[in-house]
Write a protein that binds this ligand. Sequence first.
Ligand code: ADP
Ligand code: MG
Length: 317
Amino acid sequence: MIQIKNVSKYYNKKAAVHHVSFGVEEGEILVLLGTSGSGKTTTLRMINRLIDADSGTITIENKDILNQPPEALRRTMGYVLQGYGLFPHYTVAENIAIVPKLLKWSKSKIQLRVDELLIKLQLPPDQYKDAYPANLSGGQKQRVGLARALAADPPILLMDEPFGALDPLTRTAVRKEFKELDELKKKTIILVTHDVQEAFELGNKIGLMDKGELLQLATPSDLLFNPKNEFVQNFFEHQRLQLEWQSVDLKTIWHDLPTATDAVTTHLFSRQSLWEAMEVLVNKNSPITALDKETGTFKQITFSHLQSAIQKQKQQV
Ligand code: ADP
Ligand code: MG
């Protein structure tokens, strides 16, 4: 759906983004991951033409973004800014209504949409509609920023460190809500973060950036088990164990697991990760059972099975 081809951007002759190419499929969440200054924000800003690339092309649905007015382009994509980017003198409702107003929606349609989003994001309208950003917690501001980006239901969502300003606990909770939000299910999303854990939790694919270059774009498990070079390998080294266990699901090792004969209780589903299985195992301290909904089969899970599954992943590459 979105194609970036050989895009570069220079500031004072220094490359902020250097020959970057990647594609995002419809309905996919692509995460751009990298340390501060690696070129993530610049890449995002070029996609909605807050800045224009110096070279290369960006197309959306095969149309060059330079061939359409920036305003028309931006209507197709919501943008969640780094920080919260809320207007302090606008109420919550006014902040969310910005794009619908530009689109000249009727007052009643705007009101309905604002209420709907606030309810979905667990901010009761009566309580929050007329509040000002200064009176909200970080997590609440983050939700209003998201509601604003979603207001006109754009097919594409660009998110720049959307959870970056939250404390770690709120961050984990908000991320979980984010994954379950029905408004996001069909959207094509490019999300920028410096947080490895976040990238692995949310991304269908992850693009690792460094010094303006895209080093590798791959699925989370490919980045771990099939790194393209030493930099990619080293980047994940200090969290490798947890990431590996999170990136492989039970379905991957389904054939190697023993069938559970007396499956009375289901503890897990096959789409859950080895990490989640381990958490349940640790708490139960006895063999546990998993169900594959597609085939209706039950398997028994023990710690040693999980361990051998990881070994197998490593040998496959
Ligand atoms: P990230 O979002 O990954 O932290 P950025 O895309 O913001 O990185 O920045 C990439 C590089 O480009 C950095 O070295 C930054 O200093 C530089 N840069 C970004 N915007 C500008 C600008 N407007 N003027 C000069 N340099 C910039
Ligand atoms: Mg940035």
